[in-house]
Design a protein around this ligand. Structure first.
Ligand code: ARG
Length: 264
């Protein structure tokens, strides 16, 4: 299925503050390498036939490359982000402006803290929503009311997996892959109940952000280091498309973090 993605070139990318355990401002990150790797991700999407739109990067917002956090778009309705950390606060309005500038008129400015598709993952009949580190549980109800889709709360418990999209990804509209250890016992039960046939990833694959992947239902764009998970995906009939985003991982991001899906 052809997808439409919004991406932001990492022209101002840096690791200069630490808001998750992956970030070490002392060690920093190489912007040129990050740009080259990001271009590889963008070409991978284009080679798969997907449409990529671009938002202008803003100086002083080094994490703006992580477009997934900018909003949640379902059925043409744009639920805006409201960031947990002041360092990223200005990204919310910047992404909302892109949508209004591009003709999206069903836009909701969120009253509650939420980090867009970082914590909201959309399937055919429901939206999975993370909480525990960034997105406030009150935003789950707000998103459900605005989008008119059932939103299922999942509690994250491991600080390495601070956004839902670092621990789980939809394989298609009906099934997911996830790392159980990132979730509370109750949420693990919810996941087992909803997705008895899920792909279960191990800690090794999760620890290279292998679950921060983007599936179009056939191809799965995934961090190259997640070897075990790629094997299992192949066994299930998916085609892994490995990419190297190791420089962006120094900020705690992977392929999915760099990608905001626009569902018209
Ligand atoms: N440094 C960013 C942060 O901590 C990384 C965001 C990654 N995005 C994501 N969708 N998981 O906010």
């Amino acid at each position: 299925m052809t997808k439409h993605y919004l991406m932001c070139r990492p022209d101002h990318f840096a690791v200069e503050y630490a808001i998750n355990p992956w970030m070490d401002p002392q060690a920093g990150a190489d912007r040129e390498v990050a740009i080259r790797q990001w271009e590889g991700l963008r070409s991978a999407y284009e080679e798969l036939g997907h449409r990529v739109s671009l938002i202008d990067p803003v100086a002083g917002l080094p994490d703006m490359v992580f477009a997934a956090n900018g909003a949640l778009v379902v059925g043409g309705r744009v639920y805006g982000a409201r960031f947990a950390h002041p360092e990223r606060a200005a990204e919310g309005p910047a992404y909302l402006k892109w949508f209004t500038d591009n003709g999206y008129d069903r836009v909701h400015e969120a009253a509650f803290t939420n980090e867009g598709e970082g914590d909201f993952l959309t399937l055919d009949h429901l939206v999975l929503a993370g909480t525990g580190f960034r997105t406030d549980i009150t935003a789950h109800g707000e998103a459900q009311e605005f989008l008119g889709r059932p939103v299922v709360t999942l509690r994250l418990v491991d600080p390495r997996f601070y956004h839902l999209d670092t621990a789980l990804f939809p394989l298609d509209g009906r099934n997911v892959a996830y790392f159980p250890g990132a979730f509370s016992p109750g949420s693990q039960e919810v996941l087992r109940h909803l997705f008895p046939d899920a792909v279960i990833a191990d800690e090794e694959d999760a620890a290279v952000l292998g679950l921060n992947a983007v599936s179009d239902g056939t191809h799965v764009v995934i961090n190259a280091e997640a070897a075990g998970l790629q094997l299992e995906l192949k066994r299930r009939g998916f085609e892994p498309i490995p990419v190297d985003l190791s420089e962006l991982r120094k900020a705690g991001g992977g392929p999915k973090c760099c990608t905001l899906e626009i569902r018209d």
